[in-house]
Ligand binder design. Structure first.
Ligand SMILES: Cc1cc2nc3c(=O)[nH]c(=O)nc-3n(C[C@H](O)[C@H](O)[C@H](O)COP(=O)(O)OP(=O)(O)OC[C@H]3O[C@@H](n4cnc5c(N)ncnc54)[C@H](O)[C@@H]3O)c2cc1C
Length: 487
């Protein structure tokens, strides 16, 4: 059975939905969106906990109404969560001997770290210079700082500074926003090409949450405008074959009943993640994607960040505190050790050293939240909820023994790396790749302006805003525009 469309969109994440909305607004209704999962949203995934929305994927909007078009849409629909003004509760910093770390030390090192990231890293030249990793750049700067400190501080004090540096290297909001394994994986030049939107919103909030969560936003802004029979859920695109002579594309799809169907289209907009393309590009495209495109998909980084929510019957901690931070001893980072609850299991406990602590959920006062990135995130996705809940109880008791953490009664978490059709969370410019790879990925195939058959959208194709919701949104519109301009 064959069906004909002008446009087939692969994926109902932000890029796919924004592409569809733009097509409709410009008079093209002859399209279909194919989505492998049973719901829209892709890496925006909201679930309900005690009737409150919690996010397993994207958490908040960057920037403000002037620089982020999604912020503007959310504002127009009264969806910015204005109750969230942040909190004035305290932060707690302990090492694994349960010793508290002086906040003055945290503030001093944080100031240096921020200065390196925000002032020095951006001065690293772009073109015609050998690429360097962000890890190497920061380490070289910090080495100077520590050298200077050894003139006035004793060994214990230097150790304390090192603990804070290690904690910051995983904690800095810029850095844990890409899910890389280590900062030595990230290109400085690539890092500098990522544009961070300043936030100057009228509510004085650092973070703009969305009322009802991202899913509510997507429903209100996009799916309310797209006829629901134009989104085919539980449907997998298996193969995309170009018939260049005849100028059409065959899209082989499998519906949930395993029935194979072919849709014929004049244009296909691919919005799969870079992780997904890495995984499936060799089987998916006939003929194979051009060499240059395959290389850029291979070279770009695709990180993983997982979120973990621990639900307790009630807070067992001092409610004057908002965060409980874990400052690991940097002299012991590579030392073998094992959580007690892992005895008689084959799991190792090294991943724990990537846990930087917990914060209290901004709405749910009995829920602690943490994030984990890189290889450690991929590793714990393979551990059962029961065992992981015990592991977190043990860690909380190690750093904060006075609180005597009970076993969480529920654990809710993402498993983005093992999530089929997603395979991770964020595109980043890995050492060895460059912004040109992002640009190359965005080029339609064949690269003929008069008749692009396969077009590429998705966060990993935005040269300034990769890794973000607004980046994904803009690329969907970019590719829809390319089609609209043809007709
Ligand atoms: C934990 C986490 C936190 C984040 N935090 C933020 C944040 O605070 N702010 C921010 O701006 N951004 C954040 N992001 C990033 C943001 O969520 C993504 O950049 C954006 O949602 C990506 O949208 P997309 O449309 O490009 O891709 P996706 O959302 O991945 O959509 C692609 C869709 O294609 C589908 N698909 C793939 N292959 C096939 C196939 N063969 N057949 C059919 N369907 C297929 C997938 O199922 C998916 O639904 C975060 C992401 C994560 C995971």
């Amino acid at each position: 059975m064959e069906q004909h469309y002008r446009v087939v969109i692969v994926g109902a994440g932000l890029a796919g939905l924004s592409c569809a909305k733009y097509l409709i607004e410009n008079g093209i209704n002859d399209f279909v969106i194919i989505e492998a999962h049973d719901q829209i949203g892709g890496r925006c995934r909201t679930i309900k906990l005690f009737e409150h929305p919690i996010e397993l994927g994207s958490e908040s909007l960057h920037g403000d109404i002037l620089n982020n078009p999604l912020y503007q849409l959310a504002e127009e629909h009264h969806l910015i969560d204005i109750d969230d003004k942040g909190s004035d509760r305290d932060d707690c910093y302990h090492d694994e001997d349960a010793e508290s770390i002086d906040e003055d030390v945290i503030d001093e090192v944080r100031k240096i770290y921020d200065e390196i990231l925000e002032k020095k890293v951006p001065t690293y030249p772009y073109e015609n210079y050998p690429d360097l990793s962000l890890g190497e750049f920061i380490s070289a700067e910090l080495e100077q700082y520590i050298k200077m400190k050894t003139l006035t501080l004793d060994k214990d004090e230097i150790d304390e500074q090192q603990k804070v540096i290690n904690w910051l290297s995983k904690q800095h909001p810029y850095l844990n926003a890409i899910g890389c394994n280590k900062l030595t994986d990230v290109s400085v030049q690539g890092w500098n090409s990522l544009e961070r939107l300043p936030s100057n919103n009228q509510y004085n909030t650092e973070t703009a949450y969305i009322h009802g969560g991202f899913l509510n936003f997507l429903q209100r802004i996009f799916t309310d405008k797209i006829n629901e029979n134009k989104i085919e859920l539980n449907t997998i695109v298996k193969r995309i074959s170009i018939h260049e002579e005849e100028q059409y594309v065959d899209v082989e799809i499998i519906k949930n009943n395993q029935q194979l169907i072919i849709y014929q289209a004049k244009h296909v907009v691919c919005t799969q993640s870079v992780g997904c393309l890495k995984h499936s590009m060799h089987q998916m495209f006939i003929p194979p994607l051009p060499h240059a495109k395959r290389m850029c998909i291979q070279k770009l980084g695709f990180g993983t960040i997982d979120k973990i929510y621990l639900v307790f019957p009630q807070p067992f901690w001092d409610v004057d505190f908002e965060t409980f931070n874990f400052l690991w001893d940097t002299n012991q980072l590579d030392t073998e050790w094992k959580l007690k609850c892992f005895t008689n299991t084959s799991f190792n406990s090294q991943w724990c050293k990537n846990i930087n602590g917990f914060y209290v959920h901004h709405r749910l006062s009995n829920v602690l939240v943490t994030q984990i990135s890189g290889e450690a995130a991929k590793y714990i996705e393979t551990i059962s909820d029961e065992l992981l809940a015990m592991a977190f109880q043990e860690l909380l008791c190690l750093f904060y023994p006075d609180n005597q953490s009970p076993l969480p009664e529920q654990i809710i978490r993402s498993r983005w790396f093992h999530q089929p059709f997603i395979h991770g969370t964020h595109t980043f410019i890995k050492i060895g790749s460059s912004i040109h790879d992002i640009k190359q990925l965005a080029v339609p195939w064949p690269n003929k302006p008069a008749k692009p058959l396969i077009l590429f959208a998705g966060e990993g194709t935005h040269e300034r805003f990769y890794g973000t919701t607004h980046g994904a949104y803009m690329t969907g519109i970019r590719e829809a525009k390319r089609i609209v301009e043809l007709y």
